[in-house]
Ligand binder design. Sequence first.
Ligand SMILES: [Zn+2]
Length: 302
Amino acid sequence: MSDIEVEFYRAEQRLVVHTIGDGSTGGRDRAGIMWPMAGLVALFAGVFGLLFGSFGNVVIHRVPEGRSVVRPPSACPGCGNEISPRDNIPVLSWLLLRGKCRHCGQPISGRYPAVELTSGVMFAAVGWWLASMEPPDYWALPGMLLFAWMLLVVTFIDLATKRIPNALTYPLTPVLLVLLVGAAVLNGEPSVALRVVGGGLAAFGFLLLLALIYPRGMGMGDVKFAAFLGMGLGYVSWGTVVIGMFVAFLGGGIISSIVLAARKGDRKDQIPFGPFLAAGSFVALFVGPTLVDAYLRFSGLR
Ligand SMILES: [Zn+2]
């Protein structure tokens, strides 16, 4: 190998260590998978995800308005009739009713089944991911499912209202902290517990700094959301935290330049940054490692 090749090889090796090798929570990797068990966990998590997607719709709709997510039960905005349990089955009811209220025929937004389905797929992905590690990391399931749910719900709320409600970040950040630190402790991995705390603090500090320097770019809602995301990404590895933030800023930068150019410099409408943060985290968790892994295999480095 030439010097440049050696240099490149070493850089790749460092990348592996930062993203996958050392990264997957305490020496776990994707080898030796228990396929049937992982499939079963993914299936159950997916069904669970459909139900939590249904609850997510209520949260997306009511939390920005400061309303209770428990009472009153969901009703049709057209005729006020309560939604009966048989009309409240995730995705299926919407299909059977062909997107219309049973009583008055008012159209029901396709956003409802879309959120439910996305939630189901995300939960199944998390279940598969954690159950297919060697050894499986079942303790992290509750925390990582909450993490996935939050990505989805915040994305839709921020898109609709350009805000990330404290009513979500304030209670759910400590819950995630307890769930993930608890998982790390139960797995006997104190360094992972420290990384959860460190990842949250690092992402929070980084965005706080940027928000102070450039207040128009992001709000305090984004800064608080970053603390939540940093904890979840930190559970996996430091590299995942870096990739998550990098992809968020890359995506946010590209899209906002396109939008601002199309509007010819009219900067009145802010582009919400929450969806980019959420997308960055999703990419860092699921797409990033797979891409790097595929690239390394393809190029014969692994
Ligand atoms: Zn109706």
